[in-house]
Design a protein around this ligand. Structure first.
Ligand code: ADP
Length: 362
């Protein structure tokens, strides 16, 4: 069986008293893109540095493609790990042309081979015609693609990207992100990508690892992470989350929004996760076409063009404030009476203030 491209076995890294990476255990199959997602300071860059060999774990071991590279009595130097790096500031050499920037990392090869490899890399990133330009003559997105070409020219087995798009504006960022994902998929390189942006993580990763306070709290494909978060913290970090309290009885839960079907059976007092797009609202005077609607009143609204976020308070309990993400076919106004309904099954978490039992609790 093919070993994982990257495997962490109980890896911890401290800086003094601070635990930057806490007993991390996870594995990534080959040719997959892993996104490390977490707030600033949660240990994402330290994880990359451990993979690259720029840091040594205090305990635990790291295997790359089945070979132990860091462990109790094992240390493989960064140069011998076949790991490439792309940083957020591109770090292109300003006095070297684009093609010379790419050949720079290929010093071990014969000149003709270097030129051919660099040209092939520029072709791969769509910059075949710009080899003679200087870095300052390129856009931010083009510079980032040169940095990618330079990092993959030496044919690394694993590519590490540390917030590589943070210097790009929002529109360019989405475009370069899609391009880089396509290039990495084409080459089959295993990659690890660091971001604190949940939308970027969900749209880019084959696998997303949520890191909080040095711990990998959940590692899963983007859809599972979003629809089946292991706890409230992950639910809140990966997208927007409403929570309402409820009492679960097997496959349903009784809440202020009615009796809702549960994704996973639970019993007792729980917190119920309702994503804003699962909260359907309609004007109160619209013909009711479904059962189980609850009266509410609009508190605030934010218009985004493609959709709008609407804050509502329940009439039965104005303390229950919820956010809905709905189409712009009707523009809501403050104080407007509406009907609210939850679409689909919901997830319940054990209420921290009560003893609840949830069958697949983390
Ligand atoms: P992230 O990339 O998620 O922002 P880092 O991995 O850079 O987080 O840092 C994790 C924690 O370790 C932070 O609290 C940071 O301040 C600390 N840290 C990182 N590098 C060092 C270092 N060389 N010396 C001391 N503390 C460090």
């Amino acid at each position: 069986m093919t070993p994982p491209a990257i495997q962490f076995k109980g890896v911890s890294k401290r800086y003094g008293a601070l635990v930057a990476v806490d007993t991390a255990t996870w594995a990534l199959p080959r040719s997959q893109m892993l996104v490390l997602l977490g707030p600033s300071g949660c240990g994402k860059s330290t994880t990359l540095r451990l993979i690259a060999g720029l840091e040594n774990p205090d305990i635990g071991s790291i295997l790359l493609n089945g070979r132990e590279v860091a462990g109790e009595s094992v240390w493989v130097t960064p140069e011998q790990r076949r790991v490439g790096l792309v940083f957020q500031d591109y770090a292109l050499f300003p006095h070297l042309s684009v093609i010379d920037n790419v050949t720079f990392g290929l010093r071990g090869l014969a000149s003709r081979e270097r030129q051919a490899r660099a040209a092939a890399m520029l072709d791969l990133v769509g910059l075949a015609d710009l080899g003679d330009r200087m870095p300052h003559q390129l856009s931010g997105g083009q510079q980032q693609r040169v940095a990618l070409a330079r990092a993959i020219a030496p044919q690394p087995e694993i590519l590490l990207l540390d917030e590589p798009f943070s210097n790009l504006d929002a529109a360019l960022r989405a475009q370069v992100r899609a391009e880089i994902r396509a290039i990495l998929k084409q080459t089959g390189i295993t990659s690890v990508f660091v971001t604190h942006d949940q939308e970027e993580a969900l749209s880019l990763g084959d696998v997303v690892a949520v890191m909080l306070d040095g711990e990998v709290v959940q590692i899963a494909d983007p859809q599972t992470l979003y629809t089946r978060p292991v706890n409230r913290r992950v639910a809140s970090f990966v997208g927007e989350a409403n929570f309402v309290s409820g009492t679960a009885t097997s496959t349903t839960v009784e809440t202020a929004l009615g009796r809702l079907p549960l994704v996973t059976a639970a019993s007792g007092p729980v917190s119920v996760l309702i994503r804003p797009e699962a909260l359907h609202i309609v004007p109160a005077d619209a013909p009711a076409n479904q059962a189980a609607v609850v009266a509410a009143r609009v508190q605030w609204r934010e218009f985004y063009g493609h959709d709008q976020r609407v804050g509502v308070a329940l009439e039965s309990d104005p303390g229950v404030l919820l956010t809905a993400r709905v189409p712009t076919t009707h523009i809501y106004s403050d104080g407007e009476p509406v009907s609210v309904q939850v679409g689909g099954a919901v997830i319940a978490f054990a209420d921290s203030t009560a003893q609840a039992r949830i069958s697949d609790r983390a």
